[in-house]
Design a protein around this ligand. Structure first.
Ligand SMILES: C[S@@+](CC[C@H](N)C(=O)[O-])C[C@H]1O[C@@H](n2cnc3c(N)ncnc32)[C@H](O)[C@@H]1O
Length: 239
């Protein structure tokens, strides 16, 4: 296993160890952030929660496993990019997958990808600025769309920090568990605050650090303790 520098290739899905996956994902996010800010420092502006960088397959499967998805679930992805997380969730048999994404060109690609994967009827992608969503809109879902039972998000730490209190209010109103990648809701920090690390937040989240080797963290539904959650049966994947 090698350390990753800017001159070395990023580990691929197929051969990556969890540590390499984590390094590669963070590197991809940093590179995307640099491209984004180089292209236009105002792009996204107040709405900007993360640049586009897809979660690698090993991690997204871990995330879905960690969320214990079942065929009864409605999975939302906040910042759904090109839809890979939801397409994998649909292939695992969940009944509905809902992507919320600010970039319409990514939504178009996600719809094409869902069609190509044969799961378009169970995936929908909505143009949406999460920073402008009310907590009840998140808890209930867009009009005509079932409410989430699982909310996935992979944003920058700063982005996660910014949506944390809204997510908290939605979580209190709804019945969903949250799965995050790279940062956990009880310890996300704002990397972008004056270029310094802010103090970890103390929002009262109780987080299950399952698959912590892949940086995947779950907040169980309200009323379910982490200890109760840890006894919930694991996801059984369709063959
Ligand atoms: C790191 S990517 C994650 C993509 C996908 N969820 C995945 O894991 O493969 C973050 C995504 O969030 C989107 N995004 C950033 N700010 C947003 C906002 N305010 N509302 C909705 N989506 C946003 C970006 O366009 C990007 O596609």
């Amino acid at each position: 296993m090698s350390s990753t520098t800017t001159n070395e290739p990023i580990a691929t899905d197929a051969d990556a160890t969890p540590e390499e996956t984590d390094i590669a994902q963070r590197a991809a996010l940093v590179q995307a952030l640099k491209r984004h800010t180089a292209a236009d420092t105002n792009t996204g502006g107040a709405s900007f929660l993360a640049p586009y960088a897809p979660t690698v397959r090993a991690r997204r499967l871990r995330a879905l496993d960690a969320a214990r998805v079942t065929p009864d679930d409605v999975v939302y992805d906040l910042g759904s990019g090109t839809g890979e997380v939801l397409i994998d969730a649909a292939k695992m048999g969940v009944k509905k997958c809902v992507g919320l994404e600010i970039d319409d060109s990514l939504i178009a690609r996600a719809r094409d990808n869902a069609l190509d994967a044969g799961v378009a009827e169970r995936c929908e992608f909505h143009s949406c600025d999460i920073t402008k969503m009310t907590p009840d809109a998140l808890a209930l879902g867009p009009p005509g769309v079932p409410a989430p039972t699982v909310v996935f998000c992979w944003l920058t730490s700063g982005g996660l920090t910014r949506v944390s209190s809204k997510l908290r209010r939605a979580w209190e109103m709804g019945t969903f568990r949250i799965v995050t990648c790279v940062d956990s809701l009880d310890a996300c920090v704002d990397y972008l605050a004056d270029g310094a690390f802010a103090e970890p937040r103390d929002d009262g989240w109780e987080v299950s650090r399952e698959h912590s080797d892949y940086g995947v963290f779950v907040v169980p539904e309200q009323g379910v303790s982490v200890s109760e959650w840890s006894h919930r049966p694991a996801t059984v994947r369709a063959s």
